[in-house]
Design a protein around this ligand. Structure first.
Ligand SMILES: [Zn+2]
Length: 177
């Protein structure tokens, strides 16, 4: 699993202000989109692919719902990364999972981190699975201790305001099993 097939990182981009295309692996499909998509109402081209071109992972049947893990980061050793990674290891059997540490690091200020993470959390994209533009994330998985974390409380409030269901990691696991 790599950042390209798990987190839709662009494989390549020739887009300028007025022309060009970009390509990414999105839910087991190769997505090619042009600069005019939003303007002309043109939908990206989705081509089913069997394997990730970057890491070789088998993508067949891998069009899984996408979850974002939210929880306490600030003031914890290594930004509490181990707790996030542990939850991801379990959830990824049924979901594509993102954690905040992929988008921010220890150098990022709190304000910058919130701007980056709330932007990520509220991102919308064309969903091949749903056949329309939709929230990038199908849900938020919440780690224990979120009540004490200002950032996690905010992420939960924003997600709920945008119609993204928030459940504990255990609740998501129970539901998937
Ligand atoms: Zn990959």
């Amino acid at each position: 699993m790599c950042e390209y097939c798990e987190n839709t990182k662009l494989l390549g981009n020739s887009k300028s202000l007025i022309e060009g295309v970009d390509a990414a692996i999105d839910g087991g499909k190769l997505r090619v989109s042009g600069w005019f998509d939003g303007i002309a109402g043109v939908q990206p081209l989705y081509i089913p692919v069997n394997y990730c071109p970057m890491c070789g992972r088998d993508l067949r049947g891998n069009d899984m719902p996408r979850l974002y893990i939210s929880g306490p980061v600030t003031g914890k050793p290594d930004g509490n990364r181990e707790a996030f990674e542990e939850a991801r290891r379990e959830l990824r059997h049924w979901h594509m999972v993102s954690i905040p540490h992929e988008y921010v690091d220890a150098e990022t200020t709190h304000e910058e981190a919130m701007a980056i993470l709330l932007h990520q959390l509220t991102d919308r994209t064309y969903s091949y699975r749903k056949g329309k533009c939709a929230n990038l994330y199908d849900g938020v998985a919440i780690l224990p201790g979120w009540e004490q974390s200002e950032g996690a409380r905010l992420e939960k409030a924003v997600a709920e305001a945008c119609g993204i269901p928030c459940k504990t990691v255990d609740e998501w696991l129970e539901e998937a099993r």
